[in-house]
Design a protein around this ligand. Structure first.
Ligand SMILES: C[S@@+](CC[C@H](N)C(=O)[O-])C[C@H]1O[C@@H](n2cnc3c(N)ncnc32)[C@H](O)[C@@H]1O
Length: 249
């Protein structure tokens, strides 16, 4: 049996009940098949709004990634078409990048980034040994996995004690979160509130959560600098949340 498991400690009954409710409702979801949208997946980044959103999201992600262990290969789970993989490469990172969709991975490989080891793999059943990686990143992936609990268990297992996990997620409180039923892809996604993201990451250690990409009526308000808007508003209205957590040693 693997000895890696989440931190446990005394918890109040009401906290346990809320956790039980949360995991019963959102942990298991039908998988969304990205193969069928791989060809159009990146077209959003060709629009003005997409470019601006990308710019602020990169600012926020890099603000946190810089604290992680950059000298070692980073594991990117759900790398998709390699949009973020290419960005991390430009920043000098070496990566192991996995995805369950063959078509999304094909697109990522076409970009041919150096020092990236792409593998077709399910994050819920990774073949990596325990405690292999110093840093793991998942951008817009936790929203789409079938079994969130199992995914977090696997990420925890392959992360070294003292290693960092960075999750980028869509914010349930934001305008797009409130209107997600109108969008074919978002309708199949599990969005997170900042509190929920904090809750799932606190199994690893003490997370830090932030937000960006405040979009109102198709206009972005925090472009080009996320600090134009204060953190409490970023957390409430930002379409994109990041959570960084260091696994307890
Ligand atoms: C919204 S896309 C995000 C892709 C990329 N991270 C980005 O931000 O552009 C979600 C990705 O997660 C992948 N995914 C979903 N479930 C997965 C699983 N169980 N194991 C590995 N990848 C998975 C999908 O195939 C898809 O490529």
């Amino acid at each position: 049996m693997d000895t890696e498991s989440f931190r446990e400690g005394p918890e109040k009954i009401d906290t346990l009940f809320l956790k039980f409710l949360y995991y019963s409702i959102v942990s298991i979801m039908p998988a969304f098949n990205f193969d069928r949208i791989a060809d159009q997946y990146e077209s959003y980044y060709d629009t003005d709004l997409g470019r601006q959103v990308d710019h602020v999201e990169r600012q926020l992600v890099w603000r946190y990634m810089i604290h992680t262990s950059l000298a070692k290969p980073v594991l990117e789970v759900g790398c998709g078409t390699g949009h973020w993989t290419t960005f991390f490469r430009q920043k000098g990172l070496e990566l192991n990048a996995i995805d369950i969709s063959e078509k999304m991975l094909e697109k990522a490989k076409e970009k041919n980034p150096k020092n990236v080891n792409f593998e077709h793999m399910d994050v819920e059943n990774m073949t990596f040994p325990s405690r292999k990686f110093d840093s793991i990143v998942a951008i817009a992936t936790l929203e789409f996995v079938e079994d969130l609990d199992r995914t977090l268990n696997e990420i925890y297992r392959v992360l070294k004690p003292g290693g960092y996990f960075l999750a980028g997620c869509l914010n349930e409180l934001s305008e797009i979160g409130q209107r997600k039923e109108e969008n074919d892809i978002y309708r199949n996604a599990r969005f997170f509130t900042p509190d929920q993201l904090n809750e799932i990451l606190s199994r690893f250690g003490d997370p830090e959560i932030d937000g960006c990409a405040i979009i109102e009526k198709e206009k972005i308000l925090d472009y080009p600098d996320i600090d134009r808007i204060e953190k409490p508003i970023r957390l409430k209205k930002g379409a994109f949340l990041t959570g960084l957590v260091q696994k307890s040693k």
